[in-house]
Design a protein around this ligand. Structure first.
Ligand code: ZN
Ligand code: FE
Length: 258
């Protein structure tokens, strides 16, 4: 079992650091900045063993070069030649060994076309590193892909086991909950979750990780098939939406304007 720690970066990014307990071996996901990672490694006497990248945005790759200057390690990432330093380009179904744990690759286009996610298949609960595809109570903006692509990507997550622990890259939770409550004001899970997350933020703590079980109960972008969402989104746009993918597209549109 790996331990996973958030290293805050920029305003609201988390660089997730994976560590094999009882060892000094560590791996980071999406190091947008090098300084906070270097500081953490030094403070805890850890050795960086690999870097995982989910997509090409600067706040996810900006620290790679400086980290490599400290010592060469393998860099895994999407099959996108525009990202420098990736020496193992990955596509759907590829498996890699990270800290003696096997991770499988999911292609999850939508936020960007090159976006991938990493899911561990170890002895413990599955760990999902989903970058900017899924946030707690939200999903990534559609910068490059279509609503259909993003919907299909998120559907892949809903097929994972409910105990999957999810590690998104941004602390957007409270703002996302505000929106989710506009979409689904009668969802009691959301009200409870809002109180819990507000307390965490008041104490300076991350609201992440989350679990698939939790997200299935609160995340409007994973609930496009629910009548409550379908009816409220239809009402908002004065349309009669039926297909979940159309509900999803309009939920995303609503969030962009929220
Ligand atoms: Zn991004
Ligand atoms: Fe980002």
């Amino acid at each position: 079992m790996l331990t996973v720690t958030p290293i805050p970066a920029f305003n609201d990014n988390y660089i997730w650091l994976l560590q094999r307990p009882e060892t000094q071996r560590a791996v980071v996901v999406d190091p947008g900045q090098s300084e906070p990672v270097m500081t953490y490694l030094k403070k805890h006497g850890l050795t960086l063993e690999a870097i995982l990248i989910t997509h090409h945005h600067h706040d996810h790759i900006g620290g790679v070069e400086k980290l490599l200057a400290e010592g060469k390690v393998p860099v895994y990432g999407p099959n996108n030649s525009a990202i420098p330093h990736i020496d193992t380009p990955l596509t759907e179904g590829d498996k890699i060994s990270i800290l003696d744990e096997t991770f499988a690759v999911l292609e999850v286009p939508g936020h960007t076309l090159d976006h991938i996610a990493y899911i561990s298949h170890g002895s413990s609960k599955p760990l999902l590193f989903c970058g900017d595809s899924l946030f707690s109570c939200g999903c990534g903006r559609l910068f490059e892909g279509s609503a259909e692509q993003m919907y299909a990507s998120l559907q892949k997550y809903t097929l994972l086991t409910e105990d999957t622990v999810i590690y998104p890259t941004h602390e957007y939770t409270l703002a996302n909950v505000d929106f989710a409550l506009a979409v689904e004001p009668d969802n009691q899970h959301l009200h409870t979750y809002q109180v819990k997350c507000q307390q965490l933020r008041d104490n300076g703590q991350a609201t992440l990780p989350t679990t698939l079980k939790e997200q299935l109960a609160i995340n409007p972008f994973l609930r496009s098939d629910k009548d409550s969402i379908k009816n409220n989104v239809s009402k908002h746009f004065q349309l009669s939406l039926n297909r979940p993918v159309d509900v999803f597209r309009h939920t995303r549109l609503w969030k962009d304007q929220f």
